[in-house]
Design a protein around this ligand. Structure first.
Ligand SMILES: Nc1ncnc2c1ncn2[C@@H]1O[C@H](COP(=O)(O)OP(=O)(O)OP(=O)(O)O)[C@@H](O)[C@H]1O
Length: 405
């Protein structure tokens, strides 16, 4: 069915008292971003509900997008009908028929905003209910838990009919929980961690380290494409690409092999923390999970986190890999994440990194490299771009396969 409007009900935000206005404004902005490529529709975020007026845009496609936006409890696609009971009756019967199967029950549930409409809610329920019984053979009315509920809203500008309530993504609108950076690799975990941070309303700026020529253009494009996938939960995302080649080469040349990985991670976190502060963000998210690999033991975390007092947030800390993969599949990042383009960490991973690095020894090893100079040169060359929903970065399939061969 081609609907005329989608009526969106707010999620958790309705409980947030004085912040309510900001929450609604932010959700309106996020929905506009997520639907930016629909030319005709308009979004209006009101106190109780948000309305997407389709003006002829494809309702199925819009419904698909709205399902992912954080801060939406549920929504109902509706049809606008002129304030004329004959038209309303005809449309209600069509709506019921499109869902009716033998033995089903129904109910008409009317609300009236326009108090001047000649019929009150009882009259409307009676008139429409009678009409459905006369025209849909075998259907019965039932007030408690009916199979089909037709909601009728008599507003000033028309009568709106809806029968479906579609579950939204829940969570909080992205941006209402402050802003942080996210260390995004091309792997499975960090996009899932980003999704979880965004679900709690945090706006994330993606920080991606790349090391040409050791890592390819396709690896960088993959990180951008993952970012694009994540925009559907709350709109545009800033992507910050940070050159890491010189840092890795110097570490490889000067640092004892057992500490290569720890020092690399310290440099990554230092740069991410510097970007966090310069961009007025309030924390760094990572995709680490406790005990998963050498860099993710408590000892390693202590040796790495030593470089900053900026909060380092790890939403996946206690998840098993199988649980992480399940979410990655659900949010459609898994297939992209497993494309085998080298990440800068894997390229320079020593065969036997220390799983329990000693903090003092780590600090000593780091004195062998020019921390300040390396950081400055890397930060001077970061590139920032704004990624929008639907943008694609991995070229044509042929290019991807050419690289895989
Ligand atoms: N190239 C990179 N750019 C930005 N962040 C990175 C990069 N590589 C690793 N990280 C960060 O460090 C975390 C741990 O990375 P690591 O490679 O040890 O583990 P992982 O479990 O494979 O993580 P992922 O699946 O996210 O790559 C990542 O989740 C990510 O937050």
């Amino acid at each position: 069915m081609q609907y005329t409007e989608i009526m969106v009900r707010y999620g958790e935000l309705s409980t947030k008292g004085k912040n309510r206005k900001d929450f609604i404004r932010q959700l309106g902005k996020n929905v506009r971003h997520v639907l930016h490529d629909f030319d005709n529709l308009t979004v209006s975020a009101k106190r109780d509900r948000l309305h997407v007026t389709l003006n002829g845009d494809d309702s199925d496609a819009v419904i698909d997008r709205l399902k992912d936006v954080f801060g939406i409890e549920n929504f109902s696609p509706s049809l606008k009908v002129e304030k004329n009971m004959d038209d309303v009756k005809k449309t209600v019967v069509d709506m019921v028929k499109s869902q009716f199967k033998d033995g089903m029950t129904f109910k008409i549930d009317t609300r009236r905003q326009d108090k001047n409409f000649p019929l009150d809610t009882h009259d409307i329920n009676d008139a429409l209910g009678g009409c459905v019984i006369d025209n849909v053979k075998g259907i019965k009315a039932k007030m408690k838990n009916p199979d089909i509920t037709i909601r009728v809203e008599v507003r000033m500008n028309g009568i709106f009919l809806s029968s479906e309530t579609i579950q939204g993504a829940g969570g909080l609108p992205v941006g209402t929980g402050g802003r942080a950076t996210m260390m995004l690799s091309g792997g499975i975990d960090s996009p899932v961690a980003a999704y979880m941070g965004m679900k709690r309303g945090v706006k994330l700026d993606m920080v991606h380290f790349y090391s040409p020529p050791y890592t390819s253009q396709q690896a960088l494009a993959k990180a951008k494409e993952l970012t694009s996938k994540l925009t559907r939960f709350g709109g545009n995302i800033q992507f910050i690409q940070v050159p890491f080649t010189e840092i890795q080469e110097e570490i490889k040349q000067k640092v004892p092999e057992g500490y290569l990985m720890t020092i690399q991670r310290r440099m990554m976190l230092r740069i991410a923390a510097a970007l966090t502060l310069s961009r007025h963000c309030k924390g760094v998210f990572t995709g680490e999970s406790l005990g998963q690999v050498a860099s993710q033991t408590l000892e390693s975390m202590m040796a790495i986190n030593d470089v900053t007092t900026v909060p380092v947030l790890k939403p996946l800390l206690s998840l098993d890999k199988t649980e992480i993969i399940k979410v990655a599949k659900k949010i459609d990042t898994y297939d992209l994440s497993i494309l085998p383009f080298e990440d800068c960490c894997t390229v320079f991973t020593p065969p036997a990194p220390k799983t329990k690095p000693n903090l003092e020894k780590t600090r000593e090893c780091e004195k062998l490299i020019d921390v300040e100079g390396l950081m400055k040169r890397s930060l001077d060359n970061v590139k920032v771009m704004d990624i929008k929903p639907g943008e694609e970065f991995l070229n044509s399939q042929e290019d991807v396969f050419a690289e895989l061969l």
